[in-house]
Design a protein around this ligand. Sequence first.
Ligand SMILES: Nc1ncnc2c1ncn2[C@@H]1O[C@H](COP(=O)(O)OP(=O)(O)OP(=O)(O)O)[C@@H](O)[C@H]1O
Length: 279
Amino acid sequence: MYMIETKDLYFRYPDGTEVLKGINFKVKKGEMVSILGPNGVGKSTLFLHFNGILRPTKGEVLIKGKPIKYDKKGLIEVRKTVGLVFQNPDDQIFAPTVKEDVAFGPLNLGLPKDEVERRVREALKAVGMEGFENKPPHHLSGGQKKRVAIAGILAMQPEVIVLDEPTSGLDPVGASKIMKLLYDLNKKGMTIIISTHDVDLVPVYADKVYIMYNGKILKEGTPKEVFSDVETIRKANLRLPRVAHLIEILNKEDNIPIKWGFTIREVRRNLAEYLKEKC
Ligand SMILES: Nc1ncnc2c1ncn2[C@@H]1O[C@H](COP(=O)(O)OP(=O)(O)OP(=O)(O)O)[C@@H](O)[C@H]1O
């Protein structure tokens, strides 16, 4: 059974734009999945189907093996299981203070006050935003707002967390911190789906990668399988991780046959092996 599965999913916006054209996507419990694709290919549109905000024009979305029911009760159930962090935190944050914003979801679940307070405290600590409880969200920086938006979803304790470009607009340290937080949550068993343009981070964190292009899935597999298919990566207007690009150039242009790798750790190991054999 998959946590989320889409079967031959099509979606057309009311103005006639057909954005999703037969998407088959699956995520297992405990996986960390990245969706990569250039601007406008439909990543956000797909994510809005994962918790029932959008309804397919054709095809279906299953949560833990059951098709989403688009009535009030069905949607509440889905949103308890799947938490979605929007690309733009301003679409998500609306309460007068950070604390109230993060508390909004748990309060709506009807949890006792003590439990809500505990969840708010823990969620703000997890994203490194303790001390900001009483600040109005519109006084926060873009990166801080992003963390508060993530805290709001964490406080709901969903089984799956879906994040639309969680590192966009963050400085390098902020981006690494968010990815480390997601990695730690995943190691504790949370299923995580992210969309990103950051191809350097994907092989470090993802178990599985989907390449989206023009409303379709062009390729899926482990980071190694996906990034080894250089032709598809370039066809989808993406690029290789920098370290893999360096190996490609060394292989092709300098005739130095170092084994491919997609993270700094892998490339370092392959380079060290090559140098040991040479010396
Ligand atoms: N409400 C809407 N009505 C009509 N078309 C829309 C609407 N929202 C998005 N689109 C169009 O759907 C397409 C896919 O948009 P979407 O935001 O899903 O792409 P994306 O892959 O998430 O892009 P990005 O990487 O830039 O965030 C785009 O062509 C966009 O213009």
